[in-house]
Design a protein around this ligand. Structure first.
Ligand code: AHR
Length: 661
C-alpha cells in the first residue's frame, strides 16, 4: 500500500515537472565573464595522516637516526644470550645538536649467540619481487681492531628472508663514513621488516640507517613514492601549497615548521615531533615525527616536476591557536620575517647569493620561480593582522613581485572571518585564503557564494575544502559520493566566479589507511596501493578541463546554482576552441536538459561526455573497489539543432564540444 502511494506521488512529481525539465540551458561561448587562471586548480600537501614520512617520502626505515622521543621506537632488538650493553644508544649532544643520537653495537663471535635489530617500517614495509633496494648508513668504528659484519635482510612476518646482502664496511676508526649497498628482493610482501644481524668481533656505531626502493619518483635516490606522486602529476595541478596546514603553526612555536632546518644534507636536518602525533586523543600517533628527508628543496623540486607553481606557507610568529597559541612578541618577529625573505632568495636568488648558493649546492642552479608566499595558516585575530602587516611591509619592499596569501582563519563565515576579510582586503593582500570544512549541504547552498562577491581588490584562494558527510563510514569510505558530488556542485560556483576565486585546493591530500588522523582525504594509500577518492576524480575533472575563460550558462535567465537540484558552469578553451560544460544533478531523478549553445551549429556535432555517477550516495572508492566511482567517457552524435543531455540521478558530467567544425 505504502509503496503504491510512493509510486503515485513519484509519478505525479514526474508529470508536473515535465514542463520545468523542458527549460533549456542556454550557453553563450562568445560571452566571456572571466579569465581562468592557469593555476586555478591545485593541490595542498600537508604532512598529516603519514603524508610525508611513511607516505610520499619513500624511506622504509622508521626512526632511522634514533631521534624519536623513544630512541629505539620502531626497532626490536634480539640479543641472545643476553649481553648487557650489546646495543646501546649514544648521545653526542653538543657535538651534533641536529642529530645527536646513534647506536653502538658490540659484536662477539660466540657460537650460537644472536645479535640483531629489526625495523618494523611504517606499518610494515611493502616489498616487490625483483626490485632493487638501496641500503645506506653512517658508521664509525671504535678502533682498527674490528671485523664486524652485518647481514642485511628483508624478512616476512615469520622471519623468512626476502632478499638481502652481507656487508663489512671498511674500517673507519673514530670517523663517520657512509656505507651503501644494494640488493634485490626475491619475493613480494606487504608487511615485511628489515633485519640487521651482527657477526664478527668488535664495535661499530651506526646512524641514519636507511632503505629505499629503486622505483622512486623519477628514480631519484632517497626520493618519493612514485605511485603517489603520479596521481598528483595526473591532475596537472596549477600549484602545490606546502607544507601545511597546521604543521606550519606547530603545537607551540618550538614545534613550528622552519624551512631552513629542512634543507642541506639529510643527516643534518633536525627531526621534530609531528604535531599530529598528539593532536587527536582518538587517533594517537606516537610514532609520527618529521625527519625532513622531504624538505623545502624537495617540495620545490616536486612542484617543478609536476608543472605546479610552488606555494610555500610560512609561520607568521604564531603557534596553533587551538593549542598553545604562543605568540612571538612584535619586537622579536624579525627572524621570522627574515625566513620569508631568505626563502624567496633560496627559491629565486642568483647562485651568488647566500641562499641561492645553497639551492645550487643541492643540485638546482636554476631558480624555482617562486611567485607567491603564504604568511600564516588558519591564524586569526588582531595579533595575526599585526604580524602579517610587518611581513607584508618587508616582503613588498624587497620583493614587490611576490604575491602574498593571507589567512582568513578556520571558518568561511562568522565574526573572525568578517574581521579578517575586512582587514586583509584593507591591506590589499593578493589572496585571502578561505577554508571550508562543512557538511555536503553547505557546499550545495553555497554554490552561489561568490556570485555577488566584490570583484575588486584581493582575490580568493579556496585553500582547503572538503565536504564532511555525516556518514559513520570509516576511513576511506567517508570520501563518499555524496561528499564528492556536493563538492562538484560547489566548484561550479568557483569556476563561474573565476575572476574572484583564482586558486582552489582540496584538503587534506593524502592519508595512510593505517596511519591517518583526519578524514575525509583526497587520496588514500597503504604501502602497496594508491586510491583516488571520488573527490579526487572531481578535482581531476576540473583541473584537466579548466579552460581559459568562463562563459555564460543559465536556465530561465538565472545562473544554475541549485534550482531543481542542478548546478552548472561553462568555460571555453580559447587555445583549442573547445567548450566545456560541467553539470551536477544532485537529485535522485533523471533530468532531461536541452542545451542551446548560441552561435554553434550543433546538428552533426560529436559531444564527448565524461560522466561521474553513482546511484548510491554512500558509495566510495576503496582498496577493494578502487574504481567504484571513476569517470566514464562516451561520445554522442547530436542529431538536432539542440543537444539534449539526460542528467542521470546523482551525477556530475563534463560535456566537451568543439566550437569549430
Ligand atoms: O587539512 C587538515 C587541517 O585542517 C589543516 O592542517 C588545517 O589548516 C585545517 O584546520
Amino acid at each position: 500500500m505504502h509503496n503504491r502511494l510512493v509510486q503515485i506521488v513519484t509519478g505525479l512529481l514526474c508529470f508536473f515537472s515535465i514542463p520545468l525539465m523542458a527549460q533549456p540551458i542556454v550557453v553563450n561561448p562568445a560571452i566571456k565573464t572571466a579569465s581562468i587562471s592557469p593555476n586555478m586548480w591545485g593541490v595542498f600537501f600537508e604532512d598529516i595522516n603519514m603524508g610525508a614520512d611513511g607516505g610520499i617520502y619513500a624511506e622504509m626505515i622508521k626512526n632511522r637516526s634514533f631521534e624519536f622521543q623513544k630512541p629505539l621506537m620502531g626497532w626490536k632488538l634480539d640479543n641472545k644470550p643476553f649481553r648487557e650493553g650489546a646495543i646501546t644508544v649514544q648521545n653526542r649532544q653538543q657535538a651534533n645538536t641536529n642529530n645527536p643520537r646513534f647506536i653502538r653495537v658490540q659484536a662477539t663471535d660466540v657460537a650460537g649467540s644472536v645479535l640483531s635489530m629489526t625495523n618494523e617500517g611504517f606499518r610494515g614495509m611493502a616489498v616487490k619481487k625483483d626490485l632493487r633496494y638501496d641500503f645506506s648508513c653512517l658508521y664509525q668504528h671504535a678502533d682498527n681492531q674490528t671485523d664486524v659484519r652485518m647481514q642485511l635482510e628483508l624478512i616476512d612476518t615469520l622471519g623468512k628472508t626476502l632478499g638481502g646482502a652481507i656487508i663489512q664496511p671498511a674500517v673507519s676508526a673514530g670517523k663517520w663514513s657512509k656505507f651503501t649497498a644494494s640488493f634485490t628482493a626475491t619475493a613480494t610482501n606487504a608487511k615485511a621488516k628489515f633485519r640487521i644481524t651482527f657477526t664478527g668481533r668488535g664495535s661499530i656505531d651506526l646512524d641514519m640507517i636507511s632503505l629505499f626502493p629503486e622505483d622512486t619518483w623519477k628514480k631519484r635516490p632517497g626520493g618519493m613514492r612514485a605511485d603517489m606522486i603520479q596521481l598528483l602529476a595526473d591532475m596537472k595541478p596549477g600549484f602545490i601549497r606546502f607544507p601545511g596546514g597546521c604543521i606550519v603553526e606547530g603545537f607551540d612555536l618550538n614545534n613550528r615548521y622552519q624551512w631552513k632546518k629542512t634543507i642541506g644534507p639529510i643527516e643534518e636536518r633536525q627531526l621534530i615531533m609531528n604535531r599530529w602525533n598528539v593532536e587527536f586523543a582518538h587517533r594517537p600517533a606516537p610514532d609520527y615525527f618529521q625527519t625532513f628527508g622531504l624538505g623545502f628543496f624537495e617540495y620545490f623540486q616536486l612542484a617543478e616536476d609536476i608543472g605546479a607553481k610552488p606555494l610555500p606557507i610560512l609561520n607568521c610568529g604564531m603557534a596553533c591557536q587551538f593549542n598553545s597559541a604562543e605568540l612571538v612578541p612584535m619586537d622579536q618577529l624579525d627572524p621570522y620575517i627574515q625566513d620569508a625573505l631568505d626563502l624567496v632568495e633560496f627559491a629565486n636568488g642568483d647562485t651568488n647569493t647566500v641562499w641561492g648558493k645553497k639551492r645550487a649546492a643541492m643540485g638546482h642552479a636554476a631558480p624555482f620561480n617562486l611567485t607567491m608566499i603564504g604568511i600564516g595558516n588558519e591564524n586569526w585575530g588582531p595579533q595575526y593582522v599585526e604580524r602579517l602587516q610587518a611581513f607584508t611591509k618587508a616582503i613588498r619592499s624587497k620583493y614587490p613581485g611576490i604575491q602574498i596569501i593571507a589567512s582568513s582563519g578556520t571558518d568561511p563565515v562568522g565574526e573572525r572571518f568578517d574581521f579578517l576579510n575586512q582587514s586583509l582586503r584593507a591591506m590589499q593582500v593578493d589572496f585571502v585564503d578561505e577554508h571550508y570544512y562543512r557538511k555536503p549541504d553547505w557546499f550545495l547552498s553555497n554554490a552561489s557564494r561568490y556570485d555577488a562577491y566584490t570583484r575588486n581588490g584581493s582575490k580568493v584562494f579556496a585553500g582547503e575544502y572538503a565536504a564532511h558527510s555525516d556518514s559513520k563510514q570509516t576511513a576511506e569510505k567517508r570520501n563518499n559520493w555524496q561528499a564528492a558530488l556536493s563538492e562538484a556542485a560547489f566548484l561550479t560556483g568557483l569556476e563561474r566566479n573565476a575572476d574572484v576565486v583564482q586558486m582552489a585546493s582540496y584538503a587534506p591530500l593524502f592519508a595512510h589507511v593505517e596511519g591517518w588522523q583526519w578524514n575525509p582525504d583526497l587520496i588514500w594509500v597503504n604501502n602497496q596501493q594508491v586510491i583516488g577518492s571520488a573527490s579526487y576524480q572531481v578535482q581531476k575533472m576540473y583541473a584537466l578541463n579548466k579552460g581559459t575563460h568562463a562563459v555564460t550558462i543559465s536556465r530561465n535567465g538565472a545562473v544554475m546554482a541549485g534550482k531543481d537540484s542542478l548546478y552548472a558552469s561553462a568555460v571555453i578553451d580559447a587555445n583549442t576552441q573547445v567548450l566545456l560544460i560541467k553539470i551536477a544533478n544532485v537529485s535522485a531523478t533523471t533530468q532531461t536538459l536541452p542545451i542551446d549553445i548560441a552561435g554553434v551549429k550543433m546538428q552533426g556535432k560529436m559531444v564527448q561526455q565524461t560522466l561521474l555517477q553513482h546511484p548510491d550516495l554512500m558509495a566510495a572508492n576503496s582498496f577493494d573497489q578502487p574504481d567504484n566511482i571513476v569517470p566514464v567517457q562516451t561520445t554522442v552524435l547530436c542529431k538536432s539543432k539542440t543537444f539534449t543531455y539526460e542528467a542521470k540521478p546523482y551525477s556530475f558530467v563534463l560535456l566537451r564540444i568543439a566550437l569549430k567544425k
